[in-house]
Design a protein around this ligand. Structure first.
Ligand SMILES: CC(=O)SCCNC(=O)CCNC(=O)[C@H](O)C(C)(C)COP(=O)(O)OP(=O)(O)OC[C@H]1O[C@@H](n2cnc3c(N)ncnc32)[C@H](O)[C@@H]1OP(=O)(O)O
Ligand SMILES: O=C(O)CCC(=O)C(=O)O
Length: 368
C-alpha cells in the first residue's frame, strides 16, 4: 500500500491568507486520521512557541499514525522539533542550483555538511528521517541520486522529491522518479505542486514509477496553486490502484468542509471527488444512459464520497430527463407534449440562467 503523508497542517497552511487556530488543527488532524491518512506533517517548530504548543497538542491526541514536522536542515530547527517530542522529521535542503545559489550562496558542500550534521543527530535521537529535496524537479538527477545515497549512508529513511514550483508533467515525473528509484534504494515521497494543475497526476505518476509515498493537502491547499489533493490521491489509490482502503463518506465530507471553513475557501462545484455538482447530469444523452445503467456516465458512485446524484432540468436536457421527473410526480408523459416542452425549457433556462425545479416542469407540462 502506498503511504499518504498529508501536509494540510504544514504546506496547506502555507497557502496565502490561511491561518489555522489550535482547535481547527486538532479537528483536522483527527478527521485526516478518520479518513485514512497514513502520516501527518503537522507544522514547523522553528516558527516558535505557539506552533510548538500546537504540535504537542496534536501529539497528545495519540493518533495511531506517524506525526512529522518540517525543518530546514539545521541543528536549530531540529532542536525545536525535538523539544516537541516528535518521532519523525522532514529535514529540508535546497537541491537545485537556483536554490543552492539563493540559500547557500552556491556552496554545495554546505548542503552536504548540513545534511550530515542534522541527519546524524536526528538518527542518534531515534527519529524517522525524511530528507526534503526542495526544488528537486529543477535539480540534476545525478546530483539528486548522490544526495539520496549520501542520506541513506547517514541512516535517512526517505527522500522527498519536491516539484517546488510545479513545473513537471506526468511523463517527465515518471522518467525522473524511475531514474532515481534505479539509482538509489532510499524510499521516495512525492511532493507535487499544482501550478499547471498537475499535482495529483504527477503524484500518481510518481507511484507508477516506484515512489512509495505522497504528500497531500485537503482540497489541494498549499503554496500558490497548492499541492496534490488528499481526496484525489486517496480515491485514486482506492479506485485506480485498487488498494484496499476504507473511505468513510461522512468523515470525508466533514473533513473537506472543515478545512474549507478553516481556510476561508470555497469548494468549486466541479471540484473532482468533492464538488457538489460532480454527479449532476444535465445532458439528455447522459441521463438517457444513466436511467438504463448507473455505470453509463459515472466513474464511481456518489454515495462513496457523501454526495448525491441529480438530473437537473436544463438547457441540455432531453425527453428522458423530462419523463423521469414527470413520472416522479405520478404523471404518464405524452411523447408529443414532452417533445414540445423541450424548446420552452431551453428558452426559460437560457433566459434566467437557472434550471427548472421539478414542480415548475410539472406546471409547464400541465399548461401545455
Ligand atoms: C518550499 C517550502 O515550502 S519551504 C517551507 C517554507 N515555510 C515557511 O517559510 C513558513 C514558516 N516560516 C517562518 O515562520 C519563518 O520564515 C522562519 C521562522 C522559518 C524563519 O524566519 P526568519 O529567521 O525570520 O528568516 P526568514 O524567513 O526571513 O528567512 C529564511 C532563512 O532561512 C534560510 N533557509 C531557507 N531554507 C533553508 C534550508 N533548507 N536550510 C538552511 N537554511 C535555509 C534562508 O536562506 C533564510 O536565511 P537568511 O535569513 O540567512 O537569509
Ligand atoms: O523540502 C521539503 O520537505 C518540502 C518543501 C516544500 O514544501 C516544497 O518544496 O514545495
Amino acid at each position: 500500500m502506498a503511504i499518504i503523508n498529508d501536509t494540510t497542517l504544514r504546506d496547506g497552511e502555507q497557502a496565502p491568507y490561511v491561518a489555522f487556530n489550535t482547535h481547527e488543527k486538532l479537528e483536522i488532524a483527527k478527521l485526516l486520521h478518520n479518513c485514512g491518512a497514513d502520516e501527518l506533517e503537522v507544522g514547523i517548530p522553528a516558527m516558535g512557541i505557539k506552533e510548538q504548543e500546537d504540535i504537542k497538542e496534536i501529539l497528545n491526541l495519540e493518533l495511531p499514525l506517524r506525526v512529522m514536522t518540517w525543518n530546514r536542515a539545521t541543528l536549530q530547527d531540529l532542536e525545536a522539533s525535538l523539544s516537541c517530542g516528535v518521532q519523525a522529521v522532514d529535514l529540508s535542503v535546497p537541491v537545485s542550483q537556483t536554490l543552492i545559489d539563493v540559500k547557500f550562496g552556491g556552496d554545495k558542500e554546505k548542503l552536504f555538511r548540513n545534511l550530515e550534521d542534522v541527519v546524524t543527530t536526528a538518527k542518534k535521537e531515534g527519529l524517522f528521517v525524511c530528507i526534503g529535496g526542495e526544488d528537486s524537479s529543477r535539480g540534476d538527477e545525478e546530483f539528486l541520486a548522490e544526495i539520496m545515497n549520501f542520506g541513506e549512508s547517514l541512516g535517512a529513511d526517505r527522500f522527498r522529491y519536491c516539484d517546488t514550483v510545479g513545473i513537471l508533467t506526468p511523463h517527465a515525473t515518471y522518467e525522473k522518479i524511475d531514474y532515481l528509484a534505479k539509482h538509489s534504494s532510499l524510499d521516495i515521497e512525492m511532493h507535487m505542486h499544482n501550478d499547471f494543475g498537475m499535482a495529483t497526476a504527477n503524484s500518481v505518476a510518481g507511484f507508477e514509477a516506484g515512489a512509495i509515498s505522497a504528500n497531500t493537502t485537503v482540497i489541494g491547499l498549499g503554496e500558490r496553486a497548492g499541492n496534490a489533493s488528499f481526496e484525489q490521491v486517496l480515491m485514486s489509490l482506492k479506485h485506480q490502484f485498487h488498494e484496499d482502503r476504507e473511505i468513510d463518506p461522512i468523515n470525508l465530507q466533514t473533513l473537506v468542509q472543515s478545512v474549507a471553513l478553516a481556510a476561508n475557501r470555497q469548494i468549486s462545484h466541479n471540484r473532482p471527488i468533492v464538488g457538489r455538482n460532480i454527479f449532476s447530469h444535465e445532458s439528455g444523452i447522459h441521463v438517457s444512459g444513466m436511467i438504463k445503467s448507473l455505470n453509463a456516465y459515472e466513474a464511481f458512485e456518489p454515495e462513496m464520497v457523501g454526495l448525491h446524484r441529480f438530473f437537473p432540468i436544463g438547457k441540455h436536457s432531453g425527453s428522458a430527463t423530462i419523463n423521469y421527473h414527470l413520472k416522479a410526480f405520478g404523471i404518464t408523459p405524452v411523447k408529443a407534449k414532452v417533445q414540445g416542452l423541450l424548446p420552452k425549457v431551453r428558452e426559460i433556462v437560457t433566459q434566467r440562467k437557472t434550471v427548472l425545479e421539478p414542480n415548475e416542469l410539472v406546471e409547464l407540462y400541465l399548461c401545455s
